[in-house]
Write a protein that binds this ligand. Sequence first.
Ligand SMILES: O=C(O)CCC(=O)C(=O)O
Length: 310
Amino acid sequence: MSPVAVVDSELGYLTPEQVAKFYKDGYLILPSFLSPTEVSSLISRTQYLLDSFDLSSHPLTKFTTGEQEDESKHVGDDYFLNSGDKVRFFMEEDAVGTDGKLNRPKYRAVNKIGHGLHELDPVFREVTLHNPKLKAVARDLKFHKDPAILQSMVICKQPEIGGKVPEHNDSTFLYTDPPTAVGYWFALEPCTPTNGALSFLPGSHKTTKIGKRFVRLSGGGTGFEKVGEEEDSGAGAGVGEGKWVMECCDAGTLVLIHGSVLHKSERNTSQATRYAYTFHMIDSEPYAKYDEKNWLQPTKELPFSKLFAQ
Ligand SMILES: O=C(O)CCC(=O)C(=O)O
């Protein structure tokens, strides 16, 4: 642990008003959290990764967060399930033709890169695990006692085909008992009404029960499973109609996302990319138990890193 980082992170970053807003709305927008230099180094690194990955050995795995019946066919393969400690590339659905081939250059075809960037890639690692400002935010928020980091990704939201992300909450996908997921989402480019800015249903974290979770199925693949006796009061078409707030923002903005708050983003219909970097924090044992059925599992080689121990 670096002594400088400890001193800086203990200075604090969030005001009491910002902390209160996070707990009231279930999310918080922090403009200019990343400096322009940090943003351009993350964009350059993303472009390097997109240019240099090997398409010839790629299974052309598509990614969707929808709940269509065929979802497990898309995501329930080894390429997805074993990506927690790797840097892998998932394609936009509309970038793969009926012949199974990409219909555009690979750097314009990738929906997201995941899910071990924060551990394995030096540039993403630095901004995630060795960032005094981030430690200060986590300390100020007091959401976690001993936060661990997992499931990092760059979401590319490609021009014209960047798929919509239906309304969901993150604790469904990264279940702990009790639920403790928080998303840290960084805009690397301006987010606008036409390129797929995030939208939120403010306050929904207080009324939404985590009634289902996304699990590895015993017979292989993935699916949704009911949690306890709770009715799932969460995502569904038409939920919260008229009450959603779209949060357009500039590059460098950090958005904190409570694991129970409903959020979504629309398809990118513009000519511009909408790169974002995101990862999640959960609390560690004994404060929360990470579910062994979760799609993403820590490995012996790469357990979840604890933020305050870095
Ligand atoms: O970046 C997006 O469009 C969606 C992100 C999201 O929903 C998430 O990280 O949970």
